[in-house]
Ligand binder design. Sequence first.
Ligand code: C5P
Length: 261
Amino acid sequence: MPELHYTTPDHAGVTQGPLLHEGKAKKVFATNRDDLVWIHFKDDATAFNGVKRANIGDKGAVNARISAHLLRHMETAAGVPSHMVAELSERDHLCKKVDIIPVEVVVRNVAAGSLCRRLGIEQGRVLPRPLVEFFYKSDELNDPLINDENALMFGWAEAWELAYLRAAALKVNEALVAFWDELDVTLVDYKLEFGRWHGNQILLADEITPDGSRLWEKGTQKSLDKDVFRKDIGDLGDTYRALFARVFGHDFAERAGGAAV
Ligand code: C5P
């Protein structure tokens, strides 16, 4: 599959403004356009809600490139629109300024992580169909699992929005499972975030990266994602550069020098 770079003309003349928000792995800046934000991918790795931290060279660039590629692929292959406007550099995305819905959507194809801890399901069990779970986006509360009633009652999302999140997540899942399958990778689970755009449209937002996904190499079941860092089972930088090579068919060192647009 060819690399899918964002090359829209919409970013002409856009300049970076003040920092709006610094998250664990990204910084969000304003721009000279009210409707666009500038998102910078950092090299910082965190786990367990920020308790474990490290700086991993190249991580930001690998994640930014993979996320742009996958968000584009979700638009073309799954018909799910995203916030992406353009890749400005190898670590910077220009995105539509959405109002993030505080409901994180986790999709699972194989049992792992909190599902196993919560319900005693054995790790690695292949689920009979994709499982969509909602979590309340709150660092203070450690992103607790919620149900539709909670989200509706406390105004985190409306009923039509929850229906859209579920339907879009399943469409994304079909395309994403097929994408990783072709690369001999099992997509175990991952987290998606969505945002409101102009009030009545929902866009896939945030990122799709190995930071927020569990990816297991078929056969060996080796982790190719942030679990390497969480569980201290290898070098995260090497893991991410190897994943980049698997996705794009060439070494990270041979990438198109920086600016992708
Ligand atoms: O921890 P848990 O098993 O619920 O995570 C499921 C998936 O969602 C994992 O791939 C994890 O990386 C991702 N996730 C995330 N951010 C969170 C919670 C989970 O990216 N806050």
